[in-house]
Design a protein around this ligand. Structure first.
Ligand SMILES: *Cc1c(COP(=O)(O)O)cnc(C)c1O
Length: 330
């Protein structure tokens, strides 16, 4: 079986497991896990912020991050197929009590014309107040598309003019960095708070992080505990993430090349594939996914007529070629 359902399916490599086994640990709820501290300091610096906080999932990192920008009865704007509104089971409404309004973009990118129309910080006592704008880079359900750094700069400047705050769901920001060569800190410093994942393309078994100002992260630490996410000897997990930062970032370029090969096999223009995700239309996505599975290639349906393929650390060049020939034959 070649598993292209998601880049979350990777298993830790032998050397990652060895790094985990060696990790120095302590009780992180007491702030005493040295490996977690090391990871938090390193990641904060990478993205040009003061502080960072390890979380069990990217979904929790997003919930913690967004709630520092908007609370109960307040509004966040985001793209209509953003992970925060499509794939976090309504957590931002259910837990934080905020509401969202969305703009639509075929590549999932921020659209300043639409954002300007939606943004309403104070239309009087009958209208919800917009507090923040959330963007996703790379954009999962739009096929791993990258928001250009120029667009992020324009969005930052608009947000500063109108007093909006910015959240970045950067679960796969590593892929955007490798695809464009734009430094991580360039992306990070355009926003007030961001979330990144170690358990996707970087290949760690567990773990994500919220990154922001010291004040923001202190608030996230309190809420992480409140939501039951205070963990103890997490140095073993932080060690996997540190290992991934050392060894698995630059290699994402291989995943991107593999994704372009697969795109050709399923009839998607490879020029549209910027990172490690390929989406394609099929009249009956579920049936196509079943046939691919029978032929030894696991892929997923992310809509009734949309299939998704994701390349990652555990899919070699040979696997990619084999999957491409299987999918082309379907
Ligand atoms: C995977 C993902 C997340 C977080 O997912 P978890 O499974 O909760 O770790 C957040 N945003 C995007 C865009 C993602 O792809």
């Amino acid at each position: 079986m070649i598993d292209l359902r998601s880049d979350t399916v990777t298993r830790p490599t032998e050397s990652m497991r060895a790094a985990m086994a060696r990790a120095e640990v302590g009780d992180d709820v007491y702030g005493e896990d040295p490996t977690a501290r090391q990871l938090e300091e390193r990641v904060a610096e990478l993205f040009g912020h003061e502080a960072a906080l390890f979380t069990p999932t990217g979904s929790m990192a997003n919930v913690l991050a967004v709630r520092t920008l908007a609370g109960e009865g307040e509004e966040v704007l985001c793209e209509a197929s953003a992970h925060i509104v499509r794939a976090e089971l309504g957590a931002h409404g259910a837990v934080t009590g905020l509401t969202t309004r969305t703009w639509s973009h075929s590549r999932g990118l921020p659209d300043l014309v639409q954002i300007r129309r939606l943004f309403a910080p104070d239309l009087g006592p009958y209208f919800v107040r917009t507090k923040a704008i959330s963007v996703e880079n790379t954009h999962n359900f739009s096929g791993g598309s990258v928001t250009p750094i120029e667009t992020m700069r324009e969005l930052r400047s608009y947000a500063d003019t109108v007093g909006a705050r910015l959240h970045l769901d950067g679960a796969r920001l590593w892929n955007a960095h490798v695809a464009t060569g734009v430094p991580l800190a360039e992306w990070g410093t355009q926003v007030d708070v961001l979330a990144v994942c170690f358990s996707k393309g970087l290949g760690a078994p567990v773990g994500s992080m919220v990154v922001g100002s010291a004040e923001t992260i202190a608030e996230c630490r309190t809420w992480r505990k409140r939501l039951g996410g205070g963990m103890r000897q997490i140095g073993v997990l932080a060690a996997a993430a540190l290992h991934a930062l050392d060894h698995h970032v630059e290699r994402l370029a291989e995943d991107h090349a593999h994704a372009r090969l697969l795109a050709e096999a399923v009839g998607t223009d490879p020029a549209e594939v910027e990172t490690n995700i390929v989406v394609a239309s099929r009249p009956d996505a579920a049936a196509y996914v079943a046939r691919a599975g029978d032929a030894g290639v696991r892929i997923s349906a992310v809509g009734p007529e949309t299939i998704r393929l994701v390349t990652h650390l555990d899919v070699s060049a040979a696997d990619t070629e084999r999957a491409a020939s299987v999918l082309a034959s379907l």
